[in-house]
Ligand binder design. Structure first.
Ligand code: IMO
Ligand code: MG
Length: 428
């Protein structure tokens, strides 16, 4: 398959950055197709660490990078992230970065609204407060200002009327003044030259790349359990994170998605609120969090930690059509005497082999655990199966069996070479 789509198979933070970077080195194009600057992808290249939120990971190596129409783009954040990377020696130009002309913008009042909602209500999603949800609402509500509008600022008034009619009413409910239209237009005029040079019909160039046999890598953000349809609704993000979105979020047909590589952490973490059946709010959770450096790249929040949940990953694999998984952070489990895997749930006396859809049921399910023996040796840095202790291999094999999906590679440290490759997704 010429193309690969990488997605998170849990609640995000599975270690996508490293895997994407590893694949990006051999890809001709890297594409972001959903989400916005709520993502946090850490790349370690040599002795440099790059933290990306919005830009596709390929940019660090100068690979052609594309922000697809399925992304919501905060133009001010974009400008700052480009400048930050430039400060680290990464050259970003309209030759190596393209933004879809039909990509909707995140505007300052989207960020305000995201924060106001989080602060005001008892019901907290625990968002990244970056305006992601409100920007997607405006897209679906047919009110969004898009990248192409930046080239038509003089025609924007009717659209701003509709945006203000909607947002001013919401803002009044939070005792906020109406949107300052003059300022908004000035701000857009000021930022437009930072965005427009990158604006392209990316569906067109991606189609050409595909016909020319180029390798396209689709880089998912967040994880399948944060998908607005299939995730732990309403505690989700506002986009579809499943692999199929690579097609609609970039303008390449469904056949272009290629090999679907699901990134799976050897245990489970979650940031923000919402159900988490295998959460360990105890010394096990502390151990995993400390060992695994489980703090958010975007918000710095401490991640909730727990045992591997095979039920959830099996569901992710099925819903997203995962071809194979990349298992990450296995080394964090080194030294544990006993490791638990969730293999099913019970709720009110009934057995479940999937996560029921209702949030209250999701919060009440009792995990059924299977125990496996741990290993005392270190797996960190292993580059072949022979370097893994027998118990670690057993753990991996058991996971494969339970999630009904094969392991494509195992990652044993943040360093790109510390990888055990079973199949090459690009060559598959
Ligand atoms: P990466 O790409 C983990 C979570 C937030 C919150 C919910 C909604 O690093 O895996 P949003 O701001 O998107 O409206 O917040 O989604 N969330 C993430 N959690 N990793 C991410 O990205 C996330 N992006 C959003 O914590 O629960
Ligand atoms: Mg993250």
């Amino acid at each position: 398959m010429a193309n690969v789509t990488v997605i998170g198979a849990q609640w995000g933070d599975e270690g996508k950055g490293k895997i994407v970077d590893w694949l990006a080195e051999r890809a001709d194009v890297v594409v972001r197709f959903q989400g916005g600057h709520n993502a946090g992808h850490t790349l370690v290249v040599g002795n440099q660490t790059y933290k990306l939120s919005l830009l596709p990971s390929g940019i660090v190596r100068g690979t052609l990078s594309v922000i697809g129409n399925g992304v919501v783009l905060d133009p001010w954040h974009f400008r700052d992230e480009v400048a930050k990377l430039a400060g680290q020696g990464v050259t970003i130009t309209p030759d190596n970065l393209h933004i879809a002309e039909n990509c909707p913008l995140i505007l300052p009042f989207h960020r305000d609204l995201d924060g106001l909602r989080e602060d005001a209500s008892e019901f907290k999603i625990g968002t990244t407060r970056r305006g992601i949800g409100p920007a997607y609402e405006d897209k679906v509500g047919r009110r969004a200002i898009r990248v192409c509008d930046l080239a038509h600022l003089d025609d924007l008034d009717p659209q701003i009327d509709r945006l203000c009619a909607h947002h001013d009413a919401l803002r009044a409910g939070f005792d906020q003044p109406p949107i300052d239209r003059v300022r908004l237009k000035n701000d857009l005029a000021e930022i437009a030259p930072h965005i427009l040079p990158y604006a392209k019909p990316v569906w067109h160039s991606l189609g050409e790349a595909r016909r020319a046999g180029k390798r396209i890598l689709f880089e998912g953000a967040q994880g399948m359990l944060l998908d607005v349809d299939h995730g732990t609704y309403p505690f989700v993000t506002s986009s579809n994170t499943v692999a199929g979105t690579a097609s609609s979020g970039s303008g390449l047909g469904p056949g272009g998605v290629g090999f679907v590589l699901g990134i799976v952490k050897a245990y489970t973490t979650r940031v923000g609120s919402g159900p988490f059946p295998t959460e360990q709010d105890n010394e096990i959770g502390e151990f995993l969090g400390t060992r695994g450096h489980e703090f958010g790249v975007v918000t710095g929040r401490k991640r909730r930690c727990g045992w591997f949940d095979a039920v959830l990953v099996r569901q992710s694999a099925a819903v997203s059509g995962i071809t194979g998984i990349a298992l990450t952070k296995l080394d964090i489990l080194d030294g544990l005497e006993e490791i638990k895997i969730c293999v099913g749930y019970t709720l009110d006396g009934r057995h479940y082999d999937y996560l029921p859809p209702h949030a209250a049921d999701q919060a009440r399910v009792e995990p059924i655990y299977e125990s496996v023996e741990g290993w005392s040796e270190t797996t960190a840095g292993a580059r072949s199966w022979a370097q893994l202790p027998a118990q670690a291999i057993k753990y991996i094999r058991r996971i494969e069996e339970l999630i009904q999906c094969p392991v494509t590679l195992v990652s044993t440290s943040p360093q790109r070479d510390d990888t055990i490759l079973v199949r090459d997704p690009f060559e598959d």
